[in-house]
Design a protein around this ligand. Structure first.
Ligand code: NAD
Ligand code: 6OD
Length: 489
């Protein structure tokens, strides 16, 4: 395999190559696809289109690396290497944030403040955590000692979406490496650039060749990974329907699966909530990252006594949000990630009108921006619990607001969904907080806050929002295998 060891990514020519066995390279077919800037519709550069051949090469390199230097590396050295990745990410923060904003259309301040900082923190957290975990041992009288040891699962496929590209790829890569695995990464075809730099950073940090591999491509490229007989596990983040497809593809080779899927998350506001705090946080949980966060609270339920006041104040605050150039520090809502996704969200606005919804604000694309995929933050009222905009994931700057009278009524509506990812609950009554949060069918419930994260906690969804949990020991439960050893005394 010919190839270069340093990135081909520069400000001038942002071309994304695969990275296999420590070298950047193009596809054997030389096929590429265009990478479009969603804020300007300009072509950012070409991306190598990987196929079965590139996946085979990457899996082979990962398999060989398992038993090489990486497999023999002492824990402390592996921890230092993983920490170094986080350090270099912070050193290259400006570059990475610029590329992330060019790829996704999100505001630059958000790329810096959330995406890149959290990517570095993913490595720093697991570099520490991996040195502090133990396993379990049991003494069976004077008969035997039983103890468990952890070993890597093996070669893991990491397949990720476009909304938080580096944040989410590193959320998987850091623990996969901490547990001693090797990986083949398949980033979203829509946001290839930061992953292309990440692999170079891994090399700079001392990760041996073949441990971290990257193949760009579409769903079909991902499919080649999920059906590959020499891939031991898949960690996937993306649409629920894609998860179902991957489960079928992985079945014949019985791969271990970790799924973080779609959501349609409720934001429940009781009359005794602190409305100043509610409004401040609900603006973020509704519209940050253009509403393209799996955890966004897109179904807002408000107890009737404060419904009118909430809607009025929420609309007034939303009016202050600037939509436009992601590189302008005053922009809050940037461009949606692609033409395809922009049209999907606009279609939901049409559906909302057909279903009798009322646009309290927004409801259309942003005028005055002749290029780019911009939609105004939209608040819809008047929709019934069975409307598509209340039941289906829109994944844009669009929320519905629905009044309720009792806990029983709102819990019935909140749980009436195939999803079960996250929820927010606002009340100053501690008994109500504990009572209601325990009845919400979701993997994550935030009380009087949103998206407040501690990486030691279990993260993931139930029902059609995911399979498994990651974070803290839960990541090691997925990214390692336990062997119980019995020593007869
Ligand atoms: N639960 C979470 O933590 C979480 C986090 C972020 C995004 N998401 C979800 O991701 C979705 C948006 O991301 P998206 O549009 O990129 O999702 P997607 O499912 O369309 O694509 C995700 C990734 O899967 C790949 N892929 C597509 N078809 C495949 C196949 N058949 N086999 C293997 N790989 C395949 C894509 O190329 C991409 O890299 C939303 O539903 C959102 O809720 C969930
Ligand atoms: N996986 C995580 C966030 C997911 C966000 C989805 O868009 C996390 O915070 O660990």
């Amino acid at each position: 395999m010919e190839g270069k060891e340093m990135s081909t990514l520069t400000k001038a020519s942002i071309d994304c190559a695969h990275f296999i066995d420590g070298k950047y390279l193009q596809s054997a077919s030389r096929e590429t696809f265009a990478n479009i800037n969603p804020a300007t519709e300009e072509n950012l550069g070409s991306v190598a289109l990987g196929g079965q051949e590139e996946i085979n090469q990457a899996v082979q390199a990962a398999r060989l690396a398992l038993k090489g230097e990486w497999g023999k590396m002492p824990l402390k050295e592996r921890s230092q290497t993983i920490r170094k990745i986080g350090d270099i990410i912070l050193e290259r923060k400006e570059e990475l944030a610029t590329l992330e904003t060019l790829d996704t259309g999100k505001p630059l301040w958000l790329s810096k403040k959330v995406d890149i900082d959290r990517a570095a923190n993913n490595f720093h957290f697991f570099a520490d955590y991996m040195t502090s975990i133990g396993t379990e041992a049991f003494q069976q009288d004077d008969v035997a000692i039983h103890y468990a040891i952890r070993r890597p699962v093996g070669v893991i496929g990491l397949i990720n979406p476009w909304n938080l590209p580096l944040f989410l790829m590193t959320w998987k890569l850091a623990p996969a490496l901490a547990a001693g695995n090797t990986v083949v990464m398949k980033p979203s075809e829509v946001t290839p650039m930061t992953a292309t730099i990440l692999v170079e950073i891994c090399k700079q940090a001392g990760v041996p060749d073949g441990v971290v591999n990257l193949v760009h491509g579409m769903g079909e490229t991902g499919a080649a990974l999920t059906s590959h007989p020499d891939v031991d596990a898949i960690a996937f983040t993306g649409e629920t329907i894609t998860g179902s497809t991957i489960m079928q593809a992985a079945a014949p080779t019985l791969k271990k699966l970790s799924f973080e899927l779609g959501g349609k998350n409720p934001n429940i506001i009781f009359a005794d909530a602190d409305l100043d705090e509610v409004i401040e946080t609900t603006i973020r949980s509704s519209f940050i990252n253009q509403g393209e966060v799996c955890l966004c609270g897109s179904r807002i339920y408000v107890e009737r006594p404060i419904y009118d006041e909430f809607v009025n104040r929420f609309v007034e605050k939303t009016k202050t949000l600037k939509v436009g150039d992601p590189f302008d520090d005053s922009t809050f809502v940037g461009a949606l990630v692609s033409k395809e996704h922009y049209e999907k969200v606009l279609n939901y606005l049409d559906i909302a009108q057909q279903e009798g919804g009322r646009f309290e604000i927004g409801g259309s694309k942003t005028e005055g921006l002749d290029k780019g995929y911009f939609i105004n933050p939209t608040i819809i009222t008047g929709l019934g619990k069975d409307s598509r905009c209340v039941r289906e994931e829109i994944f844009g700057p669009v929320v519905t607001v629905i009044p309720f009278n009792t806990e029983e009524e709102v819990l019935a509506q909140v749980n009436d969904t195939h999803y079960g990812l996250s929820a927010s609950l606002w009340t100053t009554n501690i008994k109500r907080a504990t009572r209601v949060s325990a009845q919400i069918e979701a993997g994550i419930v935030w009380v009087n806050t949103w998206f407040l994260r501690d990486l030691r906690t279990p993260f993931g969804g139930m029902k059609h929002s995911g399979i498994g949990r990651e974070g803290g020991i839960h990541s090691f439960d997925f990214y390692s295998e336990l062997t119980n050893i019995t020593l007869k005394m």
